[in-house]
Write a protein that binds this ligand. Structure first.
Ligand SMILES: NC(=O)CC[C@H](N)C(=O)O
Length: 360
């Protein structure tokens, strides 16, 4: 069955609508991911909530979908665009093909779209609203993007504790990836995952040794009303902020975030760590970034930089034990070269315990 991708710019692409029983049109912000593998992790990363994802690698689905590599309990993308979708999954762990999995969750999969051309459009004009439809669009009817609070759609509603280590980390769930939790558990932490709107007083009662502010979907400025809590947390506890968490730390201390033209989404973004004077490859998924000039007077300083566009990839604080990263140290998908950020964070937490800094 034919299907169409319409961009806000007016461009229309014809492809094959593979998830046949899904009849409705879907709309969302169109973004692209450049990794050759890792589509399962991308589909289930809550930071992709409501986005239409274009995979640039021309053959997606070879190894199917398995039970091991989910980053959350369901896919979050609004729609999926590929050049070719492999309908036979050849991997011993595969439980579904890509199409079966998306069909199960009512998410349209459109193939044989000229993904190169779509990506060139996005690179020139920026991430934009797009529509996936089964009937040829006769007029421009791409809905505007909805600037809602997407974090509220993906954060947990429960308090849950994992692991039994002596270091207790409270993980604030703005739409966390499972790999962030497992990165802490592998390092023998006790981790309590909590809803994003939990108050400072309640977190304080949990007596954490450190705070991890997770990744999450949408514009960080949609969480304006939560910034006072973030500020209170980071001035009382050693903190690691990842992606959205990094952006919230910057906003809460008076910095500013802006939107990139087309975002960073892939598994090979080179990052420079100026503290250790090394360059490594990182996994990334973000549209927003912290504006360097806005940090003047905040006591936050850049430590990590993206070598493609020099944008900030991580911050440290002049005197508080705060570390933030825009990239994904938990990888999945992509290289784990930045995983030492978790070790540094836990060393910072232990050091803080030892010196017992009298924060408040
Ligand atoms: N992965 C993330 O946490 C993304 C953060 C934010 N939603 C952005 O797009 O920039």
């Amino acid at each position: 069955m034919k299907g169409y991708l319409q961009l806000e710019s007016g461009d229309i692409y014809e492809g094959n609508w593979l998830t046949n029983h899904i009849l409705e049109d879907v709309s969302g912000e169109i973004v692209f991911f450049t990794g050759m593998t890792g589509y399962q992790e991308v589909l289930t990363d809550p930071s992709y909530k409501d986005q239409i994802i274009v995979f640039t690698y021309p053959l997606i689905g070879n190894y199917g979908i398995n039970e091991e590599d989910f980053e959350s309990n369901r896919p979050h993308v609004a729609g999926v665009i590929v050049y070719e979708a492999n309908e036979e999954a050849s991997h011993y762990q595969a439980q579904y093909t890509l199409k079966q999995y998306l069909q199960k969750w009512n998410i349209p999969l459109l193939s044989h779209i000229d993904t190169r051309s779509v990506v060139k459009k996005i690179r020139n004009s920026g991430s934009m609203p797009a529509l996936l439809t089964k009937s040829y669009p006769k007029e421009i009817n791409v809905p505007k993007l909805c600037e809602d609070n997407k974090v509220s759609k993906v954060s947990t509603s429960q308090f849950e504790t994992f692991g039994a280590g002596s270091i207790h980390i409270v993980l604030i769930d703005y739409g966390k990836k499972e790999s962030i939790l497992s990165s802490l558990l592998e390092r023998n932490c006790k981790v309590t995952v909590i809803p994003y709107h939990t108050s400072f007083q309640m977190i304080r009662k949990m007596n954490p040794n450190g705070i991890l502010l997770s990744n999450g979907p949408g514009n960080p400025k949609n969480l304006q009303s939560h910034l006072p809590t973030v500020k209170e947390l980071i001035t009382h506890y050693p903190t690691l902020g990842i992606c959205l968490g990094h952006q919230l730390v910057a906003l809460s201390l008076g910095g500013n975030t802006k939107k990139l033209l087309f975002g960073h989404r892939g598994a090979n973004h080179p990052v420079k760590d100026e503290k250790n004077n090394i360059v490594f490859m990182s996994s990334q998924n973000h549209s927003f970034y912290v504006d360097k000039d806005s940090l003047i007077g905040t006591n936050l300083k850049g430590r990590f930089y993206n070598l493609h566009d020099q944008s900030i990839e991580g911050l440290v604080h002049d005197y508080l034990p705060i570390q933030t990263v825009q990239f994904h140290p938990e990888a999945n998908p992509g290289p784990a070269e930045g995983a030492y950020v978790f070790d540094e964070f836990l060393n910072m937490v232990k050091e803080n315990n030892r010196s017992n800094v009298a924060y408040a």
